[in-house]
Design a protein around this ligand. Structure first.
Ligand SMILES: Cc1cc2nc3c(=O)[nH]c(=O)nc-3n(C[C@H](O)[C@H](O)[C@H](O)COP(=O)(O)O)c2cc1C
Ligand SMILES: CCCCCCC(=O)C(=O)O
Length: 355
């Protein structure tokens, strides 16, 4: 069940955004089966609460790769936020700062990286698309590191961009001032079409990209888009500091397993070698609770933050994060957990069939 403020932001965004922008954000790949199942999958878990515990205060503080945060609810990387609100990524970074949440900035940010970093004014991570032009990728990564990014999140599930049928009727055309804002200085002289081609994801990339990113940045690297235990281990063996269980919000491979159903296997396989974060369809404190109890170190949210941004800029994005965090605290109290350390898999009954 989606929390009321999140639903209200969504409805307002749907009413006010240009239809092609709304569809770009809302849509999933193919027949949107993964998109639809994603939210429902969290609700298929059942809870086994503890009783008579002191839950007069619920502590949601956590630490990710050595950095403390006020809440385990974090902002997923999402492209082209200026299409939702003129302040775009600046507003979302400010929202994350206001709520003490981790902010992950997309390679496809539509405001200059350095300005986003200044707006974040605290710990943030940079999501990497490994682009056809490796020098361009390197230049962006170095800029992110210089601007204070504390980790890189390389997205592994997007060797090519998923086809969104809903969008094709009203195909979004991202204006150059949003698309190229972070790229053009590295591609001086190239016409816009060639610049966009250079910036496409490189489908030949392998897991070796993890070592390369570490080398050029000196930052820890997490791999996003992992849905299998064996693949998580492969990423860690290649030098990853952690993984993000994700199917890209149902926007890449339709019929990919919902993140909720992949999480436990990945946590087991990772076996404490690094943090496992998760995203996809998280719309309530109960969804967060299940994820954290299954072993997620943090829960990323994508569309709810974008809807909040569209509805009310930084205030709306912060309201979405606060609503999820407050709801998490409430259901943790009902579960008998006063801190994140008291969440464990014994609190959760998985769906009977696995499906
Ligand atoms: C509009 C939009 C743009 C996105 N852009 C990126 C991106 O640039 N890089 C990336 O790794 N993931 C991107 N994602 C995927 C999100 O990081 C995240 O995996 C997904 O949105 C989580 O699902 P949720 O929207 O149901 O919370 C995007 C998602 C949306 C909805
Ligand atoms: C038009 C290029 C789309 C880049 C991918 C952004 C993304 O990850 C997403 O929309 O999802």
């Amino acid at each position: 069940m989606t929390l009321l403020p999140l639903q209200a932001h969504h409805d307002q965004a749907q009413e006010t955004l240009p239809p092609e922008v709304y569809e770009y954000y809302a849509s999933g790949a193919g027949a949107e089966l993964t998109l639809q199942e994603q939210e429902q999958a969290w609700a298929r878990f059942r809870l086994r609460p503890r009783v008579l515990r002191d839950v007069s205060t619920v502590d949601l503080t956590t630490t990710l790769l050595g950095t403390p945060f006020s809440s385990p609810v974090a902002v997923a990387p999402a492209a082209f936020q200026q299409l939702a609100h003129p302040d775009g990524e600046l507003a979302v970074a400010r929202a994350a700062r206001a709520t003490g949440s981790l902010y992950v900035c997309s390679t496809r940010a539509s405001r200059p990286l350095e300005d986003v970093a200044a707006a974040a004014d605290g710990p943030w991570w940079f999501q990497v698309y490994n682009m056809r032009d490796r020098d361009l990728t390197a230049a962006l990564v170095r800029r992110a590191a210089a601007a204070g990014a504390r980790a890189l999140v390389v997205t592994g599930d997007t060797p090519v961009v998923g086809i969104k049928r809903r969008v094709s009727g009203t195909r979004i055309s991202v204006p150059d001032d949003s698309y190229l804002v972070n790229l053009e200085r590295h591609l001086a002289g190239l016409p816009a079409t060639a610049a966009r081609a250079a910036a496409e994801q490189d489908p030949s990339a392998t897991v070796d990209v993890v070592g390369w990113l570490r080398e050029i940045s000196d930052l820890p690297v997490l791999v996003k888009g992992v849905l299998r235990g064996d693949e998580a281990v492969r990423c860690l063996d290649a030098g990853a500091a952690g993984v993000v269980v994700s199917n890209h919000g149902g926007r890449q491979l339709d019929r990919a397993v919902p993140s909720a159903l992949a999480l436990a296997e990945v946590v087991r396989a990772v076996d404490g070698r690094g943090p496992v974060l998760v995203d996809g369809g998280v719309r309530s404190g109960l969804d967060c609770l299940v994820a954290l109890a299954l072993g997620a170190a943090a829960v990323l949210v994508g569309r709810p933050v974008v809807w909040g941004l569209a509805a009310d800029g930084a205030t709306g994005a912060a309201a979405a994060l606060t609503a999820l965090t407050d709801d998490l605290a409430h259901v943790m109290a009902l579960t008998g957990a006063a801190s994140l350390a008291e969440l464990d898999p014994s609190l959760v009954v998985p769906p009977a069939t696995g499906w």
